[in-house]
Write a protein that binds this ligand. Structure first.
Ligand code: TXA
Ligand code: MG
Length: 323
């Protein structure tokens, strides 16, 4: 990797936004909070900046990026909305929902960001810092989660610093993110299809559509269509044991709900069994238990409803054999 940078960390205010917009326009990289996780932003129209972003993340080049824009009007300059996509955008934007759409004819996003596909991922984040940055910069910002490829997504500025410090120009610290898992991705290239469960539960989407979402091909792992779905994408360093009813000697426990078995080292995603709270705590608890030096992390069962679908998806990936 090239020269070591000094990574500035600024708390979110007007000066930080102005500094971040300047860094982006010079082709630099800025980590910023969204409501889901911290994103690593680059000017979506600047191929060189995007190449640097891939290098910093250590991300396979075929993995396309999500373009973030400030509102639905700006999104229409990037992708072509079907009627269903329009309806969903009206209902859920700004918010944790990403569409994959056919690229618009005059789409200004650099070819490298979409990995040569003729589709594009677009999202309008619901976070004041993300919104102000998009407004100040005035162009779309591509932003994958601000972690090294293969690590869990960051939900605080400190997580970003520990993963990418010395490799990016600036981190805007806007506190912990509220949703805690990445956006739900729905492809609207044909019938609406769930490519990644995430911060917006499936049932909310299906209620607006009036019919079930199609399910993305589970063999996505090898397919260039949604390569971010690599099975071990979210792996912490310690192995995970799922659906655990107890913690074995040497294991740390990732608990859920009020009835928690004994463990030397435990963190509870939500003592009250609230899936929204559990999603918000997922990645920071995983990081903390991973850093505890435990032999493995035992994970209690999580109900597979609402946000539980996204939580279980990430846990399953974290537990999958490493590539
Ligand atoms: O919540 C989020 O979505 C966060 C925040 C920062 O916005 N971003 C995020 O980006 O999770 P990333 O790059 O870590 O995950 C984006 C996923 C990848 O799995 C990628 O393959 C998929 O979106 N994707 C992007 N464009 C696509 C396209 N045209 N077709 C299929 N999949 C696409
Ligand atoms: Mg990611």
């Amino acid at each position: 990797m090239a020269v070591e940078l000094t990574t500035r960390v600024l708390s979110a205010d007007g000066d930080a936004i102005a500094a971040a917009a300047r860094v982006l326009s010079e082709g630099g990289l800025v980590a910023f909070p969204t409501e889901t996780v911290y994103g690593l932003g680059a000017d979506a129209t600047n191929g060189e900046a995007i190449a640097r972003l891939y290098a910093v993340k250590g991300r396979p080049q075929f993995n396309p990026l999500i373009a973030h824009v400030r509102d639905a009007e700006a999104a229409q300059l990037l992708g072509r909305f079907s009627d269903d996509a329009r309806r969903l955008a009206n209902a859920f934007w700004p918010g944790p929902l990403t569409f994959v759409l056919p690229k618009a004819d005059e789409c200004p996003v650099a070819e490298l960001a979409t990995a040569g596909l003729d589709s594009i991922g677009v999202r309008v984040p619901d976070h004041p810092v993300a919104h102000d940055l998009l407004a100040a910069f005035g162009k779309p910002i591509v932003a994958p989660s601000a972690n090294q490829s293969g690590h869990v997504s960051p939900t605080t500025a400190r997580h970003v610093l520990s993963d990418l410090g010395g490799r990016i120009d600036l981190i805007i610290d806007g506190g912990a993110t509220s949703v805690g898992v990445e956006s739900t991705i729905v492809s609207c290239l044909a019938e609406p299809t769930l490519l990644r469960p995430g911060g917006l539960p499936r049932d909310a989407i299906e209620e607006v559509l009036g019919h079930p979402l199609a399910d993305g091909d589970k063999k996505l792992d090898d397919a260039p269509l949604a390569p971010g779905m690599l099975a071990s994408h979210y792996a912490p360093k310690s192995p995970l044991r799922l659906n655990a009813r107890d913690a074995r000697p040497g294991e740390a426990l990732l608990a859920f709900g009020p009835d928690v078995p004994k463990a030397a080292c435990a963190l509870n995603l939500s003592p009250e069994g609230d899936l929204v709270e559990a999603a918000a705590n997922l990645f920071s608890h995983l990081r903390a238990l991973d850093a505890s030096g435990a032999r493995a992390i035992a994970v209690m069962p999580i109900p597979n409803e609402g946000l539980g679908e996204a939580i279980n998806d990430r846990l399953w990936r974290a537990a999958a054999p490493r590539a």
